[in-house]
Design a protein around this ligand. Structure first.
Ligand SMILES: *Cc1c(COP(=O)(O)O)cnc(C)c1O
Length: 412
């Protein structure tokens, strides 16, 4: 008899996006005109084509694979040295941040990495997440058996939820209580809020005082436009002793369908063994990856490398400016009808308070039926998201402008 992992039965089975799809289908099935007019500002996926520098690198790498002399089989599981060096130099050392080439571990993306990281952490950790939250952090802890059951609001027993709200600008401060692990995402999905230097300093101070591990998801780092907002947790002195950073090319280079990212695990980062000894986490993550992962495809790593060329950098900048131009249009439209917004300045998401006393699913239905626009109800990101919704700026300019017009025409 094979026993299954009972923790999976605790999951609120893929509730958010299937429910969105169900409501959109039910509406469009009975309304062909609305189906044609429908604009999706829901799922956080990029829409614009891959940068030219990336496509050129891909073509070249594919051709190398077609010649015996330059063909590549298995590569180093942790990534080719030339890519790890390009990352450490361009993303960190060029900004005065101390990160060694071999502290970079290349992967197929941050969703996988933030889930897989639990492999190297013990079972007794008190784990904290912010609420609203990127659901992957929660669900992977449920799967790993780090939680009890969910309550009626969808909150799992055993997890510590730190509420993001209007008072803290959706950047929760460190709690009074002790936690062992905290997931921080800045700039944030879904709220678009970015932590200031002072806020991250408070987190690093808390982590160092409590022996807490910060899991820092910087997937939206390239979208930061305000000076002074940290792009990396390692800009904060002391973070090399308490934080792992996750980065992805999904939103910067438009790699959601290409798949590449990396983790920074400083060799100075220690955690505690069952017997109370302090040991580095770096060798564990390396061991985990070299055992359970066989590396990112050579051609994809060449594509990622191309993002660091002069052309690649300029093309990424243009992509980000395109999406952030959309964000400005959508944010201005929302504000012009009196909606209260957050984000859309350092992140491609606008977080909006539902007007009147509408719940987030009621607002979803209203936008669907009356504006034929798909947004994401805040409640899908945790109890703290109820009463809010997220508009994604990942779209064409024409669609963003049209959504702006429809928001202004909406009767609330
Ligand atoms: C999109 C996103 C990522 C990127 O995940 P990949 O697996 O690299 O595509 C990571 N974290 C958050 C919060 C995101 O929204």
């Amino acid at each position: 008899m094979a026993f299954l992992n009972d923790n999976y039965s605790k999951l609120k089975a893929g509730y958010l996006f299937p429910e969105i799809a169900r409501r959109v289908k039910a509406f469009t099935d009975s309304n062909a005109d609305a189906a044609k007019r429908m604009i999706r500002c829901g799922i956080g996926d990029v829409t614009e084509p891959l940068p030219e520098a990336v496509r050129a690198a891909l073509h070249k790498a594919v051709d190398e694979m077609g010649v015996r002399e330059t063909f590549k089989g298995y590569g180093p599981e942790q990534g080719y040295e030339w890519l790890r060096k390009a990352i450490a130099e361009n993303d960190f050392r060029a900004h005065g941040i101390e990160v060694a080439d071999d502290e970079i571990i290349v992967s197929d993306g941050t969703k996988c990495d933030t889930g897989n990281i639990l492999d190297i952490l013990g079972a007794k950790n008190v784990i904290a997440v912010t609420d609203p939250v990127y659901p992957v952090y929660v669900d992977t802890n449920v799967m790993a058996g780090n939680t009890g059951d969910a309550d009626a609001r969808g909150a799992y027993a055993g997890l510590v939820y730190l509420e993001g709200n209007e008072a803290n600008g959706f950047v929760p401060a460190p709690p009074k209580q002790h936690v062992d692990v905290i997931y921080l995402c800045s700039p944030n999905n879904p709220t678009g809020a970015a932590a200031t230097r002072a806020q991250l300093e408070a987190w690093v101070a808390y982590a160092r005082a409590n022996g807490t591990l910060i899991l820092f998801d910087a997937a939206y780092e390239t979208y930061i436009s305000e000076p002074g907002i940290p792009h990396s947790i390692y800009e904060i002195p002391g973070a090399r002793e308490c934080a792992i950073e996750f980065r992805s090319y999904s939103k910067s280079g438009g790699f959601t369908g290409v798949r590449c990212g990396f983790v920074v695990v400083p060799k100075t980062l220690l955690a505690t063994t069952a017997s109370g000894e302090k040991k580095p986490l770096h060798p564990l993550w390396l061991r985990r990856q070299t055992t359970k992962f066989n590396g990112v495809a050579y051609i994809i790593q060449r594509a990622a490398e191309a993002l660091y060329s002069a052309d690649g950098k300029a093309q990424v900048r243009a992509l980000v400016e395109h999406y952030m131009g959309n964000a400005r249009i959508l944010r201005d439209a929302a504000q012009s009808v009196g909606w209260k917004t957050w984000g859309g300045v350092n992140a491609p998401y606008i977080w909006v308070k539902c007007p009147g006393s509408l719940g987030s699913w009621e607002m979803f239905d209203k936008m669907l039926h009356e504006a034929n626009v798909v947004i994401t109800p805040g409640a899908g990101f945790g109890a703290g998201g109820e009463g809010y919704f997220r508009i994604s700026a990942f779209n064409s300019r024409a669609n963003a402008e049209e959504v702006g017009r429809r928001i202004k025409a909406l009767k609330i």
